[in-house]
Design a binder for this molecule. Structure first.
Ligand SMILES: *Cc1c(COP(=O)(O)O)cnc(C)c1O
Length: 376
């Protein structure tokens, strides 16, 4: 089976580096909020070109704490996309704010700026922009809109580790960027982890307190109602090692995506728009669309290709979110995308042979269903 992820096939050298990182932490006798976290925070801030980075428990908490640090809470509206991981919207709800759901651009599945404009009210305080599937686009337009409307731009970078738009990293455009290091992300821990990156010292200071029960400089003195959301030493040490491999792994993801673009026959299936610039897409997921998606998925599974759907149910159709405010024009594009999208395997351990097998399996579906005019 060609899997969506194949951690067991990672290089032996990486495994040894992670083992020595684990040993280092064990022998240090210090497991929470120590020098491994500080070192990895410095490394990740430097990677993102921001002045601050604060390690937290996961990507969802990173968004919640960023909103809270910005003073966004009850009574405030936060606009985001209906086509995202549920965690994006859950974080807004956890911050006590009101999510407002906007529609997507059909050719990229990214948040539509026109739809967002229709969602803005006098209560709108922030936009959570999700760099879905690893794509960054139109950052100049987003920063301009937020500046003009006095809205805080928060970037959900959980799928965009290493992405650059015009030379600037994901997370460095907005007031803050939220990263997840969930194992399947482009930079993943061996458990949960997250990070808030920002150029705003006040946001960083607040998140430092919030992640640790709202405790300030003085131990056991709590100035606010915080969370327990810390990146632990073991995960930080492992992430420092894995970070060394990120550039090489990203190159590999781009190679796979390029091979898919060149090899997949577009008749029954369609591809998302190509990135304007390779650097602005880290190919976290390679997503295609197909009207008979479920049949295609079964066809691929029968040929040894695992696939997943990101995401089968848009946020506005999730039970706790059905009453949320949304674009007055509706969210039909997010819905159509949810009904037709399919993520093909695209991970750094894939071999050239596996890439070809995936391409052949997808193309055989088109041939079988008779719509492929010229066989490839
Ligand atoms: C994974 C993900 C999150 C949540 O990250 P966790 O670390 O699992 O909490 C948020 N937003 C997006 C777009 C994600 O892909």
């Amino acid at each position: 089976m060609i899997q969506m992820n194949a951690f067991a096939q990672e290089p032996v050298e990486l495994r040894q580096q992670m083992l020595s990182a684990v040993t280092r932490v064990m022998e240090s006798g210090w497991y929470v909020l120590g020098k491994e976290v500080q070192q990895f925070e410095r490394q990740w801030a430097s990677q993102c070109g921001t002045t601050h980075a604060v390690g937290v428990g996961n990507g969802m908490d990173a968004i919640e704490m960023t909103l809270r640090a910005l003073g966004v809470g009850p009574g405030d509206e936060v606009i985001t996309t209906s086509m995202t991981a549920f965690a994006t919207v859950l974080a807004i709800l956890r911050a006590g704010a009101t999510p407002v759901l906007a529609d997507i651009e059909p050719d990229t599945a990214l948040l539509s700026i026109e739809s967002v404009r229709r969602c803005v009210t006098s209560r709108t305080r922030a936009i959570v922009l999700v760099h879905l599937y690893g794509q960054m686009r139109n950052m100049a337009a987003w920063t301009a809109l937020c500046a003009a409307q006095q809205l805080a731009l928060i970037e959900d970078c959980a799928q965009a580790h290493g992405a650059l738009w015009n030379g600037t990293a994901a997370g460095a455009f907005g007031r803050a960027g939220a990263y997840s290091f969930y194992p399947t992300k482009n930079l993943g821990a061996l458990g949960d982890g997250g990070m808030v990156v920002t150029n705003d010292a006040a946001i960083a200071e607040t998140v430092l307190r919030l992640r640790n029960y709202g405790q300030g400089e003085e131990r056991y003195h709590h100035s606010e109602v915080g969370l327990n959301s810390r990146l632990d030493e073991m995960q930080a040490a492992i992430l420092s090692e894995r970070l060394k491999w990120l550039p090489e792994f990203t190159v590999r993801r781009r190679r796979i995506a390029a091979a898919y673009r060149a090899g997949l026959a577009q008749s029954l299936i369609t591809l998302l728009a190509e990135p304007d610039d390779d650097a602005a897409h880290v190919q976290h997921l390679f997503v295609i669309r197909c009207k008979s998606r479920d049949r295609l998925q079964a066809h691929l599974l029968a040929r040894g290709v695992q696939t997943l759907v990101h995401y089968p149910v848009p946020v506005h159709l999730q039970k706790p979110c059905r009453a949320l405010a949304r674009d007055p024009h509706g969210l039909s594009r997010a819905q159509q995308h949810a009904e037709s999208c399919l993520s093909l395997p695209c991970h750094p351990q894939m071999t050239d042979g596996e890439i070809s097998r995936v391409i052949d399996a997808v193309n055989s579906f088109s041939i079988q269903h008779g719509t492929l005019r010229h066989a490839v």
